[in-house]
Design a protein. Structure first.
Length: 304
């Protein structure tokens, strides 16, 4: 990643090929066997200085590289925002770019210390298969994240229900989707499980239908109940005029006549309208002579 070379003399660079390092090691061993104590100490001091220089250079490369990675990630994020890249894809690409750049930086630091990077890469490649088998679920989660970004069943900011959880999507990471619930909890759902699950996305359409089921007693006037509900809904700017509100007889149940009142509102107004009119219907209909039935049981005692 960073082509730094330190010259201690016109011949030897800081980073030497593996074969040259082995030859130098053999030469130094031969010298140690045949040199006196003074020469040995001088040689060890020179090697210590050389090692310290390599460690310092590796640390410099690491800190500069880490700073550059943060800058690159921020620049990528700003570029994605200017190009109006989907927030879900933006998060995924940012995490991927950061991980790739960190791997390159770590390999550069290791190479600066004089370790043969080719051998490390070969070892890493041979271990990848075993790690992949052990972490097959992690690979599936990554693939699930890619499928989510391609098929887009949801995006950042959508309110969804999946895997028994419901909340607003805050972030789509490499291996998980982060949702924020209405009671201020943060939940991480593995991408593989959510990509293959049934997802209820409440945010795909601009409008949502609110429905109330109102049970009235047999013998009460359906027309009176309908007019009372319409009077409640009239004039509320949150309720759409098209499609128009409706109140129908939904069901003739065992102990009640169930009416279905339906209106259309914007997504953001759904819960406010639902709970507000639950209370208003309960308070208003009895004032119009409409009764709310409830299950009753008659018990007859027979004397013998």
């Amino acid at each position: 990643m960073f082509p730094f070379f330190l010259q201690t003399d016109p011949v030897q660079p800081l980073i030497l090929p593996d074969s040259v390092q082995k030859a130098n090691l053999a030469e130094k061993i031969d010298k140690v066997v045949n040199m006196d104590v003074k020469e040995l100490l001088m040689s060890m001091a020179g090697d210590a200085v050389w090692i310290v220089l390599k460690i310092i250079l590796a640390l410099v490369i690491y800190f500069i590289g880490n700073w550059l990675i943060r800058r690159v990630v921020r620049l990528l994020d700003a570029l994605f925002e200017r190009r109006h890249v989907d927030p879900s894809l933006r998060t995924f690409l940012r995490h991927t770019a950061r991980i790739v750049l960190l791997i390159i930086l770590i390999l550069s630091v290791i190479q600066t210390l004089g370790v043969n990077v080719t051998s490390i890469i070969a070892l890493f490649a041979s271990a990848t298969l075993a790690i992949g088998m052990a972490l097959s679920g992690t690979a599936q989660n990554f693939a699930g994240g890619v499928m989510i970004l391609l098929l887009k069943p949801y995006k950042v900011g959508d309110y969804i229900e999946a895997q028994g959880q419901a909340g607003t999507v805050r972030e789509i990471k490499l291996f998980s989707t982060v949702i924020h619930t209405t009671d201020n909890r943060t939940i991480y759902i593995p991408n593989n499980s959510i990509a293959t699950a049934i997802i209820d996305n409440h945010s795909t359409a601009e409008l949502r239908r609110v429905e109330w089921t109102v049970g009235i007693s047999y013998g009460d006037s359906v027309d009176v109940a309908r007019e009372a509900i319409f009077a409640l809904l009239e004039g509320d700017i949150r309720i759409e005029s098209e499609p128009a509100p409706v109140v129908w007889v939904k069901e003739l149940a065992d102990s009640s006549v169930n009416l279905s009142a339906r209106v259309w509102v914007k997504n953001a107004d759904y819960w406010d309208v639902f709970f507000e009119y639950n209370e208003k219907i309960y308070k208003t209909l009895p004032e119009c002579g409409i009764n709310f039935p409830f299950p009753q049981m008659d018990v007859h005692l027979k004397k013998e």
